[in-house]
Write a protein that binds this ligand. Structure first.
Ligand code: SF4
Length: 881
């Protein structure tokens, strides 16, 4: 008699089917029956349908997605709900509590004993939800378990992989058994056998632990690919990218040899479900829909242009990238789809223009309000018009696409829950549903499985490594359900209601894992960040083993490396030297870039590698810096000298500042949208306050005249002739000059001029342009909340209060006199100029400082070289966030 096998997870159902197929092949069979293996939820839905067909039940099945929509509506419409909480998040949690309430047999009446506001709210929602179901004759999953008839599961069921059945499942099974249905339970653990070997290993931290597990797995599989090996990693969903990187590096040596990432590896399977919305094809579908349904922002249009899931993406990739760059540079936030259609047609993107026009046709026929059943047709129509999902979907993408299509169909069956919805609401609901559905591709049958503890239930292996067995996670702390009364949770034994119940559940899972293979390694990290970790008490009595040398390096990697061809190393970090007529673009920025990173200087200034503009809302740091410069320039163009400033009383000074700020904002306001205009009003207050602070500082200085404001001048530094434009030059009474640079950031410090490669060499370069013997003070004018004033160096103290004097107490270190400092600057600037002229394009000597805000990482590939090595040494690789 063939029984239907029931599993707690889809992953286990897939695993059992795969093992069945492998066994049949091993026995030499060419054809065989597909085993009937379903999850518990799938079983209940199927039994409900059979009961209904046979007339044993009359209700209508309510799919989980529809049930969640109903919960979302009830929570959203609750007038007593705090406006501070997110209805979507609360609805999701409430839906889970509803499922738990049934699974653990809590009577609804227990909610009347509300011990918190959350429970009282949940009780209210439960009543509404039950009423909605009763009114329309719906039956959801939790309720269907109480109604389905055993005959629908004939001839019987075999339960595999359940650590523990819930009280509701136990009760249901008892009812079915009483009718004579055959029920069998396969113990969850026990593959270990009597000769089982179990040992424990300590590793420095989580990254070292994963690395050790990967090497152990490589050693286990070395030449023996018929073995089934697993590594269990708690919380795998959160750290899956870090885990993948480490396993790829160890098990797929080509990752390292090729110097870059490889496509998804076939050497291991990483079993961690993620929300469907995070699948690239599904995310692209949602983005596409949103672009048509609300005024798109530039970021959304940019994503559309770069998407591989739009018709003609491969053929028009370069033209679309250029269009993206143009949009970022020249278009304002009000730019919309019709303009994009026109631009796409004009700029060599005919397939895109055609797809967008077809999409607009679909949208124009989509009524403003429509039932989901019709909305789903428009969704499919719109995506088809845009050419989604594009060509060549691979296995995982194809599965994601299919799951998305079925989700849209599920949404289409929700007419009764939502009524007519607007187009934007429809897409919002789809996004919400796709965010809730967990998607797990089922395609790989690799010999090594990396999996989390819960999903591995019911599986057995030839060898198993379990990571993360520290005392903070095994057992985990109590985590009671927020919506169910605490006392009732304890009474009905919800697994995480108390620390004792959590410990009980934890031991159950641990025992199952410990006995899941003939060879089991249990590992624990010693440190998490800087805090020491203790081993779990569950490890007591398990013998420690030293990590054998065998795990140190997978043989295949060693072999590959030892057989590498003899290579000659060639560091190609020089461009052709600058030719006589080539000129030097960039002004003082040339020296700044060359000092920070010669590669960047050459790439930006000679090869034209420009950063894409970032679509931004409001006033960003660069805009603010420009406004400060412009306002101060306007002010001093009006005043001209300190004497005029001193002649003004406080009110007149304030008026002068207001005029200067208004003049600075006028140009921006002309082209601003409504939101930016509003933000500029706020910005004006900040700007006035800072400029007034600067004016107060200038009042306290010895007399000066403003000699130049943003006037062009030329500096000859080595073979370079640089066009410069100092923010301001003041003249003292002795005719000497102070050169001043306005700064709104935090980095304006004297020490930025004192390194061998000066970080901010603009002011030293201005000195060369104005003549070192004419300049007696060099200063940043810092314009920042709480820190407005001058910082710099001067030949003598009385020039500008607060400036440092070389060779005196408190003066800059490493130079004994003003003259020596100027000579140092000259020599260092000439060295930078010589490097640039020679075409020196080395990567940044100090990547930690230079690369943080650089846009050229993909071009220079520093992450794949030096920084990657340093990152690994520092253990930075262990963190997805
Ligand atoms: S990312 Fe770093 S090394 Fe690469 S170009 Fe930019 S600054 Fe230079």
């Amino acid at each position: 008699m063939t029984l239907t096998r029931v599993t707690p997870t889809r992953r286990l159902a897939h695993h059992l089917r795969a093992r069945h197929d492998a066994d049949c092949l091993e026995r030499g069979l060419e054809v065989w029956d597909t085993p009937d293996i379903v999850t518990w939820d799938e079983l209940i839905e199927r039994m409900f349908a059979l009961d209904r067909q046979a007339g044993r039940l009359t209700g209508r099945w309510l799919p989980a997605a529809a049930s969640q929509l109903l919960w979302a509506r009830i929570v959203r419409d609750d007038a007593q709900r705090s406006p501070l909480v997110s209805p979507a998040g609360v609805a999701r949690a409430a839906f889970q509590s509803w499922q738990r309430l049934h699974a653990y047999g809590l009577p609804i009446e227990a909610l009347d004993d509300a011990d918190s506001q959350e429970t009282a709210a949940f009780a209210r929602w439960c009543r509404q939800y039950r009423q909605a179901l009763a009114d329309r004759g719906w039956v959801d999953g939790p309720q269907a378990q109480l109604q389905v008839h055993a005959v629908a599961a004939a001839p019987g069921l075999e339960f595999v992989g359940f650590d523990r059945l819930t009280p509701l499942q136990e009760a249901v099974l008892a009812r079915w058994a009483a009718t004579g249905l055959v029920l069998r339970r396969v113990p969850s653990a026990g593959a270990g056998g009597s000769a089982q070997r179990v040992g424990r290993v300590s590793c420095v931290d989580a990254a070292a632990e994963i690395e050790a597990a990967a090497r152990w797995a490589a050693a286990q599989l070395d030449g023996r690919h018929d073995r089934r090996i697993a590594v269990v990693v708690p919380d795998l969903g959160r750290c899956r990218q870090s885990v993948r990187r480490i396993f790829e590096r160890v098990l797929v040596p080509a990752t390292g040899l090729a110097g870059g990432p490889v496509p998804e590896s076939q050497a291991f399977e990483l079993a961690a479900a993620r929300p469907l919305a995070e699948q690239p094809a599904v995310g692209a579908a949602l983005d596409l829909l949103e672009v048509f349904l609300r005024p798109p922002d530039l970021a959304a249009l940019s994503r559309l242009l770069r998407s591989a899931h739009v018709a003609g993406a491969a053929g028009e990739a370069a033209a679309r990238s250029r269009l993206d760059a143009r949009l970022r540079r020249f278009e304002s936030a009000g730019f919309g789809l019709p303009a994009l259609v026109r631009l796409a047609a004009e700029r060599d993107c005919p397939a895109l223009a055609q797809a967008l026009a077809a999409g607009q046709d679909v949208i124009s026929s989509w009524p403003e309000k429509e039932y989901p059943s019709n909305c789903s047709k428009y969704v499919f129509g719109l995506l088809a018009a845009m050419g989604w999902p594009g060509p060549d979907a691979d296995g995982t993408e194809y599965q994601a696409e299919q799951r998305w299509r079925s989700l849209v169909r599920e949404f289409g069956a929700c007419d009764e829950f939502t009524g007519r919805v607007s187009r934007a609401e429809a897409v919002g609901l789809l996004r919400e549903m796709a965010g809730r559905v967990l998607f797990e591709p089922q395609e790989l049958r690799a010999p090594l499985l990396v999996i989390d503890p819960e999903t591995s239930a019911g599986m057995s292996f030839d060898a198993l490594w379990v990571c993360g067995l520290d005392s903070t996670a095994w057992p985990p702390p109590a985590a009671p359900d927020p919506f169910l009364p605490r006392r009732a949770q304890v009474r009905h034994g919800l697994p995480c209601a108390t620390a004792a119940l959590a410990a009980q559940q934890s031991r159950l899972v641990f025992e199952r894992l410990r006995t899941s293979a003939p060879e089991v390694i249990l590992s624990v990290a010693e440190i998490e960040r800087d805090a020491p970790l203790l081993p779990s008490p569950l490890l007591a009595g398990i013998p420690a083993i030293d990590a054998p040398a065998l795990w140190c390096e997978p043989r295949v990697a060693v072999d590959q490396y030892s057989r590498r061809p003899a290579l000659e190393a060639l560091t190609d970090a020089t461009l052709p030297p600058v030719q006589a007529g080539e000129g030097a673009r960039g002004g003082a920025r040339l020296l700044e870039l060359q000092a920070a990173c010669p590669f960047r200087a050459q790439a930006e200034l000679r090869l034209g590698a420009r950063a894409l503009d970032e679509p931004a809302v409001g006033v960003d740091a660069a805009d603010r810096g420009n406004l400060v410069h412009t306002a101060l320039a306007h002010l001093w163009r009006e005043l001209r000298d300190q004497a005029t400033l001193r002649a003004l009383d406080a009110a007149a000074r304030r008026s002068a500042v207001k005029r200067a700020v208004a003049a600075a904002l006028a140009k921006v306001q002309d082209s601003a949208d409504e939101l930016l205009k509003h933000l500029l009003v706020l910005e004006a207050d900040w700007l006035e306050a800072r400029v007034l602070e600067m004016v107060e500082v200038d009042l306290g200085r010895p007399p000066f005249v403003v000699a130049a404001l943003e006037e062009p001048c030329t500096a000859r530094i080595g073979a370079l002739s640089l066009e410069l434009r100092p923010d301001r030059v003041d003249r003292f009474e002795d005719d000497s000059l102070a050169v001043i640079d306005y700064k709104t950031g935090a980095s304006a410090e004297v020490k930025s001029w004192l390194d061998e490669r000066p970080r901010l060499p603009q002011l030293p370069a201005y000195v060369q342009a104005l003549g070192p013997d004419r300049v007696s003070a060099v200063a940043f004018a810092r314009v920042r909340s709480g820190d407005t004033g001058y910082a710099g160096v001067a030949r003598a103290e009385e020039r500008i209060p607060g400036l440092k004097v070389p060779g005196t107490r408190g003066g800059p270190r490493g130079c004994d006199s003003w003259e020596l400092l100027l000579a140092q600057w000259r020599r260092r600037l000439e060295a930078l100029a010589a490097e640039y002229v020679a075409g020196d394009a080395q990567l940044a000597p100090d990547p930690a400082r230079a690369c943080e805000y650089c846009h050229l990482g993909a071009l220079c590939r520093i992450a794949e070289t030096r920084a990657a090595v340093q990152g690994e040494e520092r253990g930075e690789e262990w963190n997805d966030e």
